[in-house]
Design a protein around this ligand. Structure first.
Ligand code: ZN
Length: 363
């Protein structure tokens, strides 16, 4: 749910990875193995082996670090109970490396983790990452990471990948009809609200078993969404709201800039996360009428029992921020001013600048 400055990203890209990596990254990738018969609008979904392996190791290494039961118990709990001694050695060595090198880094803000994630996504169809079998598959990643992923790959492929890939694809299949039906309309509406053109290219969504503690996150330049297929918050038709919230990170600069500008003009401290609360609020509101009209509205309304002023009794749809209690965790004021001053803009009764000015002056 967080984003990173494109400029810093670009600088770090140069520092972190060698020229070989950049040359390799520029080469055209093999198309997805199973492209949908008719491409979906707005989003392009991927279930990639390397990125899923990377997130699985990262997640297990973090669990292992905070657990007293040790690597074997974590591995067993994750569904890998029948490892041979050689497999267990390879997997535990990979976990030890991830615990040391990456477990303390945040997937959503660490530029190193973001660059690794993007690179593994780009090389998803490669059998290896060192280019040993195919030169164009040299991903140019740090040598120890490449070696770790390549030795953990057979273990992951044998014990977890089929299950992860199946659940990723099931998730994609479930959300695809919603994207096909409402995706374009939603993208146009959000672009109009944020006064920013929607990206011309379809937005890449990497679907993974684990995707950060928030269940989904977005990185910029290039704009990419990573979403967990198994996270309870992303299930059923609600996945649509998660996808459009995440994608909105890519077109929220105008809102952020306007809030900052109004604050500076009024000599007020810039409110932390108001823009993010606004994103949550807006996505929830634009999804609501579609949810009411959709055959999937039953799934939408059954997902949460929470109610509040932001939940519409007419559709039964409970927006993500309400459902997950975000407004109750320090965003109460934000919900108040969004309902009072931003909603009239969404209803077409005031213009964008007036809505932002009213919100900031009411803070
Ligand atoms: Zn977010």
């Amino acid at each position: 749910m967080r984003i990173v400055s494109p400029l810093i990203c670009r600088i770090l890209l140069i520092l972190l990875f060698c020229a070989g990596l950049l040359a390799a990254a520029a080469e055209p990738r093999t198309p997805q193995e199973e492209p949908p018969a008719i491409p979906l609008p707005v989003f392009e979904f991927h279930s990639g082996f390397w990125l899923n392996l990377h997130h699985t190791l990262y997640h297990q290494a973090r669990l292992q670090r905070s657990s007293t039961t040790g690597a074997n118990a974590i591995t067993t709990a994750a569904g890998m109970s029948n490892l041979s001694p050689a497999e267990a050695r390879a997997w535990n060595a990979a976990l030890a490396f991830y615990a040391k090198a990456y477990a303390d880094k945040d997937l959503t803000v660490s530029l190193e983790m973001i660059l690794i994630k993007n690179q593994l996504g780009d090389f998803e169809t490669c059998e290896d990452l060192s280019g040993a079998k195919k030169k164009s598959c040299d991903a140019g990643l740090p040598a120890q990471l490449t070696q770790t992923l390549e030795s953990a790959a057979p273990v992951y492929r044998a014990h977890l990948w089929s299950e992860h890939d199946r659940s990723n694809r099931r998730w994609i299949t479930a959300v695809a009809p919603l994207v096909r039906r409402s995706g374009l309309d939603l993208s146009h509406r959000l672009a109009e609200i944020y006064q920013t053109p929607w990206p011309r290219e379809r937005i890449r969504v990497d679907v993974t078993s684990f995707a950060s503690s928030t269940g989904a996150y977005t990185t910029l330049d290039p704009l990419r969404v990573t979403a967990s297929a198994t996270d309870a918050r992303n299930q059923g038709a609600e996945a649509l709201e998660v996808l459009f919230h995440e994608a909105s990170h890519g077109i929220a600069d105008v809102v952020q800039d306007a809030i900052f500008r109004e604050c500076r003009q009024r000599d007020k401290p810039i409110p932390r996360d108001l823009w993010h609360a606004l994103l949550f609020y807006t996505t929830g509101e634009v999804i609501r009428p579609l949810a009411a009209a959709s055959p999937a509205s039953a799934a939408l309304s059954s997902a949460g029992s929470a109610t509040s002023s932001a939940a519409s009794p007419s559709s039964g749809y409970v927006p993500y921020a309400v459902r997950e209690g975000l407004y109750k965790r320090g965003w109460e004021d934000y919900l108040r001013i969004l309902t009072q001053y931003w909603q009239p803009y969404l209803d077409g009764r005031v213009d964008f600048s007036d809505a932002i000015a009213h919100m900031v002056s009411a803070l």
